[in-house]
Design a protein around this ligand. Structure first.
Ligand code: PXL
Length: 275
């Protein structure tokens, strides 16, 4: 018997029933990186194969989210958390309050803004609630191109320079009074150029991460894997710069080894990452 406990990481996110995104991906990523995962479910997404794989979305009752948070935090000493899909203003409210109820070493926010199953009006409420109640508590935020445009209030992002500008604008919305804050803006396949480029802005310096694009198709679960890998590495004691590099390597290898499925997008294989 060993008494050594593994590093722990916590995730508050939604279920995506095919296994290609959401909390399923987060927990697989944690495990692959040697981190014990603890999870709280915010919503259940079930794609509809009869309706063009549209999103069917069911929120978890806010009290049940609060109960899960209570169980998780009473059981384990958790100081690093990833926030994934929240989905409704009521969910954002309960998660925002729960986060604020205890101190964290790191809060990694994957700002999943819209779910295709939602009404545009509801999505706008959700965007605003996320910006006001959760974004200020984040230490690391990982917007993709669309989320970076929305959070930065920019019409277009067409170059690495634009991506850096978006990261700077989003950084200005973070609460830097409690310590350093980081924005990792992801260019992905949609940013023109041969490389998949991500930029990290820490309030002073910009670090650019680039790897040749693996095809031109978007792959499901890349954003979830990326933020979860950063979370796991931070739980293990890595600094943010190193955590982002490991996350980028894991996503690149996971896309090279992608799992094809009946869904419109292939998905990342977290098990391909050798470290
Ligand atoms: O990849 C974004 C995402 C995150 N979380 C859940 C999802 C999705 C996209 O479908 O369903 C639960």
């Amino acid at each position: 018997m060993t008494t050594q406990t593994p590093p722990l990481a916590y995730v508050v996110a939604g279920s995506e029933a095919t296994g290609g995104a959401g909390i399923q991906v987060d927990l697989k990523t944690f495990q692959q990186l040697g981190v014990y995962g603890v999870g709280t479910l915010t919503c259940i997404v079930s794609f509809d194969p009869k309706n063009d794989w549209g999103h069917r979305f069911v929120p978890v009752d806010p009290q049940v989210i609060a109960d899960q948070f209570e169980a998780a935090t009473a059981t384990h000493d958790l100081d690093v958390v990833k926030i994934g899909m929240l989905g409704t203003p009521a969910t954002i409210d309960v998660v925002g309050k729960a986060l604020a109820s205890k101190p964290w070493r790191h809060v990694v926010l994957d700002p999943v803004l819209i779910c295709k199953g939602q009404e545009p009006g509801a999505a706008l409420d959700t965007d605003n609630a996320l910006r006001e109640q959760v974004l200020p508590q984040a230490t690391v935020v990982t917007p993709n191109l669309f989320e970076a445009k929305t959070l930065a209030g920019m019409d277009t992002i067409e170059s690495v320079e634009d991506l850096v500008e978006a990261a700077r604008k989003i950084h200005a919305r973070l609460d830097t009074s409690a310590g350093p804050r980081y924005v990792v803006a992801k260019g992905g396949v949609e940013l023109p150029g041969p490389d998949a480029v991500d930029v990290l802005f820490d309030g002073e310096d910009v670090t650019v991460y680039a790897a040749p694009k693996v095809g031109e198709e978007r792959v499901s679960g890349a954003g979830c894997t990326f933020a979860a890998a950063i979370t796991a590495e931070l739980a293990k004691g890595a600094d943010v710069k190193a955590a982002v590099q490991t996350a980028k390597d894991m996503v690149t290898q996971g896309i090279q080894a992608r799992v094809t499925a009946s869904t419109p997008f292939a998905t990342v294989w977290q098990g391909a990452f050798a470290g």
